[in-house]
Design a binder for this molecule. Structure first.
Ligand code: NAI
Ligand code: MG
Length: 348
C-alpha cells in the first residue's frame, strides 16, 4: 500500500519536528516492507498568512480531501498573528471541516522517564474526547437586564456524537486492558450529563466483555494522580477531555512528547495527526525541540492505518532511546533534536 499524506509542518518547531518524524516513519515503513508513504508538503500557516492574508487557500479543504491522512506540526506565531486567527483559520477549520469528531490522546509513563508523580505505577491511559460539540458549542449569548449582566453558554450533546465517542472508546478497550471509564458530572449538570450517563449505559450493553466505571470529573482528576493504575480508556466530553489530557501530558513529564489524533472514524474524510504541543516560539530554530511528540503522533497514524506492528516498533524505539539517556532539554537531557532522531532511527 502507498499512503498519500498531506503534510502541514506549520510554524515554529513544527518545521523541525515534522521532517524528523517523517524520516522515522519512512524508515519503519522500509523495515516493515508492506507499505510506503507519499508525502506532499503544504506551506500553510502564519508565514502563508503574512504573505496572502489567509492561513490556507480558499479551496484548502477540498485539496486536503484528496489525501488519505493529514500530518500536522503546530500552528502559531503569536507575536505576528493573533492566536485566534491562526487557530480558527487552519486547525479548527480542518478539524470541523473534515468532521474529525473524536480526539484521542494517550498518556503513558515511558520507560526511561521519571514522572513528577509520587506514585506513577502503570500510568497508561487513553482519553477519548468528543471533539465537535458539548461545552464547546458556539451557542449562547449575553444579556443586559436592568443592572445585571448575564452570559449564557449552551452545551449541546447529540445522541449521535455522544454515542460515537463512546463506541470508539469501547473498541479501543477491546485491544487494551478492557476497561472503560465514563467521565461524568451528573450530580451537578442536570440535563447534559444525565443524558451522557444514559447513552453510556445503553452503549455498554453491546460490549459485555468490557468492564466499566462511571466517575465524576472532579474525583477523576484526583484519581488520575492518586491511582492512575485504575484507568485504561476514559471517554469524556469536549471540555472534560480537554482538561484531563493536559493533566495526562503533565504526568508524562513533558508536553514535548505528548501525541494526539483528530479522527474521522467513519473514514469519510482524512483524519489529522498533530501532537499536543504548540509551535514553541521560545525554542524555535535552535535545533533543541523534542521530536518525540511528533514521532509518537506518527505512531498513532500507523495504528489508524492498520499497521500497529510498525507502530509498536516506533514506540519501543522511543523508549529504548530514552532509557539510554539520549534526551532533549525539556526532559532534563542535553541532546539535540538531530541526536534524538538519529538514535530512534538507529534503535528501530
Ligand atoms: P507550546 O506548546 O508551543 O509551548 C509551551 C512550552 O513547552 C514552551 O516553553 C515550549 O518551549 C515547550 N515545548 C513545547 N513543545 C516542545 C517540544 N517539542 N520540545 C521541547 N519543548 C517544547 O505552547 P504555547 O507557548 O502556549 O503556544 C505557542 C504557540 O503555539 C501559540 O501561537 C499557540 O496558539 C500555538 N499552539 C498551537 C497548537 C497546535 O498547533 N495544535 C497547540 C498549542 C499551542
Ligand atoms: Mg487543551
Amino acid at each position: 500500500d502507498t499512503y498519500k499524506i498531506a503534510v502541514i509542518p506549520g510554524d515554529g518547531i513544527g518545521k523541525e519536528v515534522v521532517p524528523a518524524a517523517i524520516e522515522v516513519l519512512d524508515e519503519v515503513a522500509k523495515l516493515d516492507g508492506s507499505f510506503q508513504f507519499q508525502w506532499t508538503y503544504f506551506p500553510w500557516g502564519c508565514d502563508y498568512y503574512l504573505e496572502h492574508g489567509e492561513m490556507m487557500p480558499d479551496n484548502g479543504l477540498e485539496v486536503l480531501k484528496q489525501y488519505d491522512q493529514i500530518f500536522l506540526g503546530a500552528v502559531g506565531m503569536p507575536e505576528l498573528v493573533p492566536d485566534h486567527i491562526s487557530l480558527w483559520g487552519l486547525l479548527i477549520k480542518i478539524r470541523r471541516g473534515m468532521k474529525q469528531s473524536i480526539n484521542v490522546r494517550p498518556a503513558k509513563l515511558l520507560q526511561g522517564l521519571e514522572s513528577p508523580l509520587k506514585n506513577p505505577h502503570d500510568f497508561d491511559i487513553t482519553v477519548v474526547r468528543e471533539n465537535s460539540e458539548g461545552e464547546y458549542s458556539d451557542s449562547g449569548g449575553r444579556i443586559h437586564s436592568g443592572n445585571d449582566e448575564i452570559a449564557i453558554q449552551n452545551a449541546i450533546f447529540t445522541r449521535k456524537s455522544t454515542e460515537r465517542a463512546m463506541r470508539y472508546a469501547f473498541e479501543l478497550a477491546q485491544d487494551s486492558r478492557k476497561h472503560v471509564t465514563s467521565a461524568t458530572k451528573s450530580n451537578g449538570l442536570t440535563y447534559s450529563m444525565p443524558f451522557w450517563d444514559e447513552v453510556f449505559n445503553a452503549v455498554k450493553t453491546d460490549y459485555p466483555e468490557i468492564d466499566t466505571s462511571v466517575t465524576h470529573i472532579d474525583a477523576l482528576a484526583a484519581f488520575f494522580v492518586m491511582k492512575p493504575q485504575a484507568f485504561d480508556i476514559i471517554v469524556a466530553s469536549n471540555l472534560f477531555g480537554d482538561i484531563l489530557t493536559d493533566l495526562g501530558g503533565a504526568i508524562m513529564g513533558s508536553i514535548g512528547i505528548a501525541p494526539a489524533a483528530n479522527l474521522n472514524i467513519e473514514r469519510e474524510y482524512p483524519s489529522m495527526f498533530e501532537p499536543v504541543h504548540g509551535s514553541a516560539p521560545d525554542i524555535a530554530g535552535k535545533g533543541i525541540a523534542n521530536p518525540i511528540g511528533q514521532i509518537w503522533t506518527g505512531k498513532m497514524m500507523l495504528d489508524f492505518l492498520g499497521h500497529s506492528e510498525a507502530g509498536t516498533r516506533v514506540l519501543n524505539a522511543i523508549e529504548k532511546v530514552l532509557a539510554s539517556g539520549v534526551k532533549t532539554r525539556d526532559l532534563g537531557g542535553s541532546s539535540s533534536l538531530e541526536e534524538v532522531k538519529a538514535a530512534i532511527i538507529q534503535s528501530l
